[in-house]
Design a protein around this ligand. Structure first.
Ligand code: MTE
Length: 314
């Protein structure tokens, strides 16, 4: 993100997955939306989300939200462990080995443990959540994720009374992640949330998208997805989830604190020092559209920041 952006964007033709016909839908967040889309009823049943099928939000009335094609979601990525250009992750992530995979859950929890990925995921019911994603660089996508609410995992490991933050650490292995042989960021990549943000029902531990297991470039085998925040908050390929009393140091905030705040909440009224955040370009489109406060999820999340000066706490 500090590094210059690639000029040409390799948009592929839209080649929709059989199960996810490219259609003008929908939807903010709807459990089961993917399956319903497959059945061809997403737009009508879940069109504005509220109430139906456990839907817990919508896209804030923005026009023409439709799924970003799978090819774009998997070839236009930020994952500096595999290189700094948008095409690098899909080119190089084949070297990532996701079996076996262990996730350490520790810190301020009653039940710290090293979990084999299967044991971590298995007790949870996987849900479909289609979220609008907004990168701090000014582009956005709409992605149908599969995963489980982080809150469900946190309840399982029982946070202690001291727990106030949740830190996520990405794998650190330069043999598998060629970008880590370069000094572009201090490795490993670390991100964090306040505990209440981590417990918010929107916060998802994703294991798949478009009904398929995550590919390396999207953060296989496990990543965090926080749809009201800029994309950099969503750490990929997570090997450790640590609950802490003090605010963790997070990668982009350490590297450039004036540019990347701890919160990273999407806010069209607070510009990045080097560019406006008022508008965004949806990948696959050329026009710019207005960016919405909290990325359109204000109803679900704004109350967590009541009384906080969002210009200072950006
Ligand atoms: N996680 C790690 N470990 N390394 C990264 O470079 N990039 C972040 C985030 N998670 C990044 C990361 C940024 S800036 C964005 S916008 C999103 O991943 C992009 O996710 P996507 O490529 O799946 O769309």
């Amino acid at each position: 993100m500090l590094i210059r952006r690639t000029a040409g964007i390799p948009f592929s033709e839209i080649t929709p997955e059989a199960l996810y016909t490219d259609r003008r839908t929908f939807v903010g967040i709807a459990a089961g939306a993917g399956l319903l889309a497959a059945a061809g009823i997403a737009g009508s049943t879940l069109g504005r989300g509220r109430g139906a099928m456990n839907a817990i939000g919508d896209l804030g009335g923005a026009p023409e939200d439709k799924l970003t094609p799978y090819d774009d979601v998997t070839t236009y990525n930020n994952f500096y462990e595999f290189g700094t250009s948008k095409a690098d992750p899909s080119r190089h992530a084949g070297s990532l080995r996701t079996h076996p995979w262990t996730v350490r859950v520790d810190g301020e929890v009653a039940r710290p443990a090293d979990y084999a990925l299967e044991d971590l995921v298995k007790p949870h019911k996987l849900v479909d959540r289609t979220y609008r994603m907004r990168c701090v660089e000014g582009w956005s996508m709409v992605i149908p994720w599969q995963g489980f609410p982080l809150a469900d995992l946190l309840k399982r490991v029982e946070p202690t009374g001291k727990a106030r933050f949740v830190e996520f650490t990405t794998l650190n292995d330069p043999r598998q992640m060629p970008g880590q042989r370069m000094n572009v960021l201090p490795w490993p990549y670390v991100e964090a949330l306040r505990l209440d943000e981590a417990l918010n029902p929107l916060t998802l531990m994703a294991t798949g998208l478009y009904g398929k297991s995550l590919l390396g470039q999207n953060g296989a085998p496990l990543r965090v997805v926080i749809p009201w925040k800029y994309g950099f908050k969503g750490a990929k390929s997570i090997v450790r989830i640590r609950l802490t009393e003090k605010a963790p140091r997070t990668t982009w905030n350490v590297v450039a604190p004036s540019e990347y705040g701890f919160y990273g909440n999407v806010n069209p009224a607070v510009d990045h020092p080097r560019w406006s955040q008022a508008t965004e370009r949806r990948i696959g489109e050329w026009r710019r559209r207005a960016t919405l406060p909290f990325n359109g999820y204000a109803d679900e999340v704004a109350s967590m920041y009541a009384g906080l000066d969002l210009r200072k706490n950006f």
